[in-house]
Every structure is written in structure tokens, then in C-alpha cells.
Design a protein around this ligand. Structure first.
Ligand code: FDA
Length: 304
């Protein structure tokens, strides 16, 4: 009951434009620094270097909420280009994750596509890869259409499929050969399009992981769930899947010990590292997802 109340409070806060805007001026607060790697490219590079030194590879996500003008989307595009340039200049082992709404998907599809082409051209120049994060169901088909169009020209782009969606299994089949990050799904979706109970989501998750791995496609399993991770370890053993065909992914600041123990066992582990001034919405969503995280938020709050 209390968990539900706090979940709703954090979800509401994450969508509050006034708070999001104010937070940009505050700088990282309330312990957000434990899950957001600074608010500048330089700060993010430092964190990525530290993670690389521990044997972890990374993907950087420049945080951005509520992009509603062409100017903001262009700015976000330029920032992503600069981030790729900084990765190359710093020689870090890191790729990029982007959200289509940040590049203007809600404004104009063509414009968004052109912005993404600029980012992919830069990535190509540095032999790097860009992953399109998956947002809510309302954007799913549009995102997959954009991916398909981009894949006609670029091989350095992939996306994310969410196992809570009924359509996930078919999408994974259709995307054979495309590098996919597989997740359970982070948004509140209607029972008309998505499984509502955890057991179904988990079952479908294992099903799509198996589907993509067995089709010989590169698969990123992005989960903090040790049960899933154990199942994947058994699966790759059983089917003799080479370790070069998959990786585990986790968020920066979550289950850091598990990340390192997987590295020690010889698995590839990629840390999803969010950074930027627009940290508030991301931080609130993480608190909503897992009320246990509130403890470190409060600690951070009182230590300011
Ligand atoms: P889940 O929340 O189902 O928890 C299962 C169990 O795992 C828990 O009961 C607990 O035992 C354990 N556990 C989970 N978190 C823990 C923690 N922090 N500490 C200790 N134990 C923990 N979503 C999306 O819709 N689009 C996207 O593009 C992405 N991208 C993405 C990238 C990466 C790298 C990750 C890790 C996740 C995403 N997600 C995402 C989010 C994803 O869809 C999902 O919401 C979260 O990962 C939560 O689901 P899990 O599988 O991690 O565990």
C-alpha cells in the first residue's frame, strides 16, 4: 500500500514540468549522483573511464525530457554528436543510447530521422554503435519503422524490445539479425497490449531471449533480475552460444557487485550510464520502480 503511494508520488513528480525545469538549475541532488553520472560530457567521460578500468563497457544516455520544439531536438542531436566525439577522443569503450522523442519524433518524423542520421554518420566515422531506446507503446511502431528505414543504410544501429508487450515475440522474429537489447519494459501499459502480471512478463522475457539468441543474433539482456541472469547462463551453456554473441546490461548505480562478479566470470557487461542536467525525471522513475532506492535518496537529501 505504502509502496504504491510512493510509486505514484514519484511517477507524478517525474512528469512534473516545473520540478523537472527547476532541477536543471539545482544540479544533481538527493543522491541522484549515485545513478546519474554527472551533468556534463566531461563528468560522464570520467565515470565511463572508471567503469572501463573495472572491465565494464558502457552505453551513454544524454538525459532529456519533454522535447517539444525543433530547437530543443536539434540541440539534443548536437549534444549526442559531441558525446560520440568525446568518446572517440577519450578512447573509452562505450556506445550511445538515444530516445526518438528527444530527437523530435513527436514534432516531425522526417526531422527526427534526419537528426538520427547525423548521429549515426558520426558514430560510423568512429566505428561506434547507437541503440534506440524503446519508449511507451504509443511510440513503439513509429520507432520500429524508423529503425527499419535506418537499417537500410546503417548497420551500426539497433533497438530495444519489451517482453511485457504481446507483440514482442513477433517483433523479435521480424528483427532477426538486428542487435537487440531485450528488457521487461518500464512503462505503464494497457491490458489490451501488454501482460500485466510479472510471471507472464518473465516467461515472455525468457522466450524472446531464447528466440533471438537461437537465431544467431547479437543479444543484450538488460535486467537486474538474478533469476533471469541465471536462466540466461544456463541457456547459453545448453545451446553452446558463444560469449561474443551476447552481453548483460544493467543501469549505472544498480547491482554494482553483480555487474563485477559477472565480469569476473568472463561475461561481457555493459553499464547504461545516464548523464546530463535533465536528471530529475529519470531519477524519480528509478525511485518509483524500486522503493528500496528511496533509502539512498533520503541519505543524499540529508547530506546536502
Ligand atoms: P525487476 O524489476 O523485474 O525485478 C526482478 C527482481 O530482480 C526483483 O524482485 C529483485 O529481486 C531483483 N532486482 C531488481 N532490481 C534490483 C536492484 N536494483 N537491486 C537488487 N535486486 C534487484 N525499459 C524500456 O521500456 N525501454 C528501454 O529502452 C529500457 N532500457 C533499459 C536498459 C537497461 C540497461 C536496463 C537495465 C533496463 C532498461 N529498461 C528499459 C528497463 C526495464 O524495462 C525494466 O523496467 C527494469 O530493468 C526493471 O526490470 P528488471 O528486469 O531489472 O527486474
Amino acid at each position: 500500500m505504502l509502496a504504491n503511494v510512493s510509486k505514484n508520488v514519484f511517477l507524478h513528480a517525474s512528469q512534473n514540468r516545473v520540478l523537472n525545469k527547476a532541477a536543471k538549475k539545482w544540479g544533481l541532488r538527493f543522491g541522484a549522483g549515485q545513478v546519474v553520472a554527472g551533468d556534463t560530457i566531461e563528468g560522464a567521460m570520467k565515470k565511463v573511464r572508471e567503469l572501463n578500468e573495472k572491465g565494464l563497457v558502457c552505453t551513454l544516455d544524454h538525459l532529456g525530457e519533454f522535447v517539444s520544439s525543433r530547437e530543443e531536438a536539434t540541440e539534443a542531436t548536437q549534444y549526442n554528436v559531441r558525446t560520440l566525439e568525446a568518446m572517440a577522443a577519450n578512447g573509452v569503450d562505450c556506445n550511445l543510447s538515444v530516445k526518438m522523442t528527444q530527437l523530435g519524433l513527436d514534432i516531425d518524423r522526417r526531422f527526427c530521422l534526419d537528426n538520427m542520421r547525423r548521429i549515426l554518420d558520426t558514430a560510423k566515422q568512429y566505428n561506434n554503435f547507437v541503440r534506440i531506446d524503446m519508449e511507451d507503446y504509443a511510440h513503439c511502431q513509429m520507432t520500429l519503422d524508423i529503425l527499419r528505414e535506418l537499417r537500410e543504410t546503417y548497420d551500426n544501429v539497433g533497438t530495444v524490445i519489451q517482453s511485457y508487450l504481446f507483440r514482442a515475440e513477433q517483433d523479435v522474429k521480424d528483427l532477426k539479425g538486428v542487435p537487440l537489447r531485450l528488457v521487461k519494459g518500464a512503462y505503464q501499459e494497457s491490458p489490451t497490449v501488454a501482460f500485466q502480471n510479472k510471471e507472464d512478463v518473465d516467461k515472455n522475457y525468457v522466450r524472446i531471449i531464447e528466440e533471438h539468441l537461437l537465431s544467431g543474433s547479437y543479444t543484450a539482456i538488460a535486467s537486474h533480475d538474478h533469476n533471469i541472469i541465471e536462466k540466461v547462463k544456463e541457456m547459453v551453456e545448453k545451446y553452446n552460444i558463444p560469449r561474443t554473441q551476447f552481453e548483460f546490461q544493467m543501469l549505472y548505480g544498480f547491482r554494482s557487485e553483480l555487474q563485477l562478479s559477472l565480469v569476473q566470470e568472463g561475461y561481457k557487461v555493459r553499464v547504461y550510464v545516464p548523464f546530463g542536467k535533465d536528471w530529475f525525471g529519470y531519477f524519480m522513475r528509478r525511485l518509483a520502480e524500486r522503493p528500496q532506492n528511496v533509502a539512498f535518496a533520503l541519505k543524499g537529501f540529508f547530506s546536502k
